[in-house]
Design a protein around this ligand. Structure first.
Ligand code: UN1
Length: 509
């Protein structure tokens, strides 16, 4: 069912929200960078951009801020993030709504994104008292060997439209408690949510009191501004989320100057439904994984392998769910599927569907849903039954397309599962312990995230988030991801009166 909608004034609503969150009007009116709402396709703001020289000046300022911030004890740095978490709680509804306006997410997903920000703040506050190193046994008497973790400097953050604020917070909450400063280049598709996040951060800063000027900054601008961040020698780490194509540019540029990279790039995530699977559970997990966020998560389920013994039970039910899922304006309705981000996304979806057909695919859904907006692109999620994994199935198309394939042999399906370039997320649906363990074992899923009886998307912040191969290898968010934001020093201290050399070397002068 498609939910019809009344006309919403996205521009007015965005302006009201920005004002409430404390964003100065001159930042988003009269500038040269437009922001559009995918909900209606309207232009909702015109942002002031920074020049390359201004971006470099902001990086210099952030570098100075780092020099002061690194001297603040980590638990005190955690206090700033605790306040950020409080401010985010206070503005959860407003920021979540702005995410819906600017990224097109449905209400619960807009709010869920802000909840991820709150969760990572809580995590980082605890972490601020746990930045510990090891003490290691030394081979020399009267010596002690230990590790100390120090901050790195200015951390560059490049984020994508689909998680316009959460990804910034994963990086920023960790980077700041670790003693770094942050310079953020948000997606050109979602600059308003970046301004709002910055304003919320500044509220926390004001309450905190004596943090250095320019501790966390936003660069509104296009690719050239992102390049300034990537190439600037005062930025020792860049955490970049986006396409594999972007990563292929950013990665080598950083490597050339020996800067660190956390790359979180494309995914081509799959689920496997085994003979013993709970099909009701699998159905719900697949529906959310594949259709949620209109297929625009890097963790979206894009491929599904179903065992031949349950294919005819599961796939017709899935098709029914695809046929009946509500597609609509996320600001005015309770539709489960909102818009694609723009026309290019819709065109990409149509192209992939056409290619899938030419490879023998049978398509359910995929057509445009007309809601009366010339530039708002809504589409029915597409389920494409494929005779085998070929053509567009091997690539990530950032749209709600699920390619469904039948399998018969477990080893062969694991091989097919891994036979794509990306390696972000994966899942298996089974009640057979041997199958689930094999999927998680060394020769099972080759992804950074491997789940059992859960879909591919919707990871919690407590785990490390990221993936292998063309996904880029970076890890963000929980577990020990913080180590990427710090440098490790190995310290050996001699408290004896002698100078024994390691490895038994003698050097008597
Ligand atoms: C992304 O799409 O870039 O696991 C991040 C998830 C979310 C994060 C997705 N927690 O789906």
């Amino acid at each position: 069912m498609n939910i019809a909608t009344k006309k919403v004034d996205v521009t007015k609503e965005a302006a009201a929200l920005l004002e409430k969150m404390g964003v100065a009007k001159e930042l988003y009116t009269g500038g040269d960078m437009p922001s559009y709402s995918p909900v209606t396709g309207e232009k909702i703001a015109a942002l002031k951009t920074v020049s390359a020289a201004e971006a470099a000046a902001k990086i210099d300022q952030a570098h100075e801020a780092f020099k002061a911030w690194r001297l603040v004890p980590a638990p005190k740095r955690g206090e700033l993030i605790r306040l950020l978490g409080e401010e985010l709680r206070a503005f959860k509804a407003d920021l979540g709504r702005l995410v819906s306006i600017e990224a097109g997410k449905i209400t619960s997903e807009g709010l869920g994104e802000v909840q991820e920000m709150i969760d990572i703040c809580d995590f980082a506050v605890g972490l601020s008292r746990q930045l510990y190193g090891l003490t290691i046994a030394t081979e020399r008497p009267g010596h002690r060997m230990m590790e100390t973790w120090h901050p790195l400097g200015v951390v560059g953050v490049i984020s994508a439209f689909n998680f316009p604020v959460a990804v910034w917070s994963w990086n920023t909450a960790l980077a700041l408690v670790c003693g770094n400063s942050v310079v953020w280049k948000p997606s050109e598709k979602t600059p308003l949510t970046a301004l709002a996040s910055q304003a919320i951060f500044e509220r926390a800063l004001a309450r905190f009191g004596d943090a250095p000027e320019g501790l966390s900054q936003v660069l509104i601008g296009d690719r050239t501004v992102g390049e300034v961040l990537v190439d600037n020698p005062k930025v020792p780490l860049v955490s970049a989320t986006g396409s594999t194509r972007m990563g292929r540019d950013v990665g080598p540029r950083l490597a050339k100057r020996f800067a660190r990279a956390i790359l979180e790039l494309g995914g081509n995530n799959a689920g496997i439904v085994c003979p013993s699977a709970d099909l009701d559970m699998a159905l719900r997990a697949i529906a959310f994984g594949a259709m949620g966020t209109a297929g625009q998560r890097c963790t979206t389920m894009r491929r599904l392998f179903v065992h031949e013994s349950v294919y005819d039970q599961l796939v017709p039910r899935l098709k029914k769910a695809y046929g009946s899922v509500s597609v609509g304006n996320p600001l005015e309705t309770t539709a489960l599927v909102g818009p694609l981000v723009d026309k290019a996304a819709f065109d990409g979806m149509q192209k992939a569907i056409a290619e899938a057909k030419s490879h023998g695919g049978t398509v359910t859904g995929g057509e445009r849903v007309e809601l009366g907006y010339d530039n708002g692109y809504y589409a029915k999620p597409a389920l494409v039954e494929m005779p085998k994994q070929a053509g567009p199935v091997l690539e990530e198309t950032f749209a709600p397309i699920l390619y469904v394939m039948k399998y018969s042999d477990f080893d062969a399906v694991v091989a097919d599962h891994n036979a794509v370039a990306a390696g972000l997320s994966s899942s298996i649906f089974t009640r057979d312990m041997q199958e689930s363990e094999r999927f998680l074992a060394v020769d099972g899923s080759d992804c950074g995230i491997a789940n059992v009886n859960i879909g591919t998307s919707g990871a919690e912040i407590g785990g490390a988030f990221g993936g292998e191969k063309e996904t880029g290898g970076g890890r963000e968010s929980g577990s020990d991801s913080w180590k990427a934001y710090m440098r490790r020093a190995t310290n050996t201290v001699n408290y004896s009166k002698a100078l024994p050399l390691a490895q038994g070397v003698s050097f008597d002068i």
